[in-house]
Design a protein around this ligand. Structure first.
Ligand SMILES: [Zn+2]
Length: 168
């Protein structure tokens, strides 16, 4: 028990389990700790298994799969198919690190006026598209460049009204 993780990491794991109403068994705590340490990465169960062995913790691969499926059913963990995994194994990642920002920001490129839009379905859709497009790290922020009405009426130049239009 020498290589105990930091107290704050441990507290986080216990909080996560308590929220789900799960008893903090050592297998659950260990698996969650590895996932938290790799919060921005999706890991196959084997990597979690090896990480635990490296920490001197012996948990069977079967137990890891069982814990992961429990956590997945409760929405704490996402199961993903990884395009780069040659063996076609599922990868697991904390759901929180795969959630889109709750709101996106419309910003006028001319005056900098901003308007925050909170629309979960929009954010989720953007997140989905990001991942489909090969941005597996997920959306960090969503900023839409759009000329505000004030600027549009002050300078009615067509160029200013269509920022980001791709040339044909
Ligand atoms: Zn403006």
């Amino acid at each position: 028990m020498d290589n105990a993780p930091s107290a704050s990491a441990e507290t986080l794991v216990f909080t996560q389990l308590r929220k789900l109403g799960l008893r903090p068994t050592s297998a659950r705590v260990c698996v969650l700790q590895v996932l938290n340490e790799h919060a921005q990465e999706s890991l196959p169960a084997e990597r979690i298994f090896l990480a635990l062995i490296a920490m001197g913790i012996s948990v069977s691969l079967g137990t890891i799969y069982r814990v992961l499926s429990e956590l997945e059913q409760r929405g704490l963990v996402h199961k993903e198919w990884h395009a780069l995994d040659a063996a076609g194994k599922s990868h697991y990642v904390l759901a929180a690190s795969r959630q889109a920002p709750a709101s996106c920001l419309m910003v006028c490129p001319s005056c900098g006026r901003s308007h925050s839009v909170t629309d979960k379905s929009l954010a989720d859709a953007l997140q989905r598209h990001a991942r489909t497009g090969g941005f597996d790290q997920g959306l960090a922020s969503a900023v839409i460049s759009i000329v505000c009405n004030q600027c549009a009426s002050a300078a009615p130049s067509p160029a200013a009204q269509t920022p980001g239009t791709a040339p044909g």
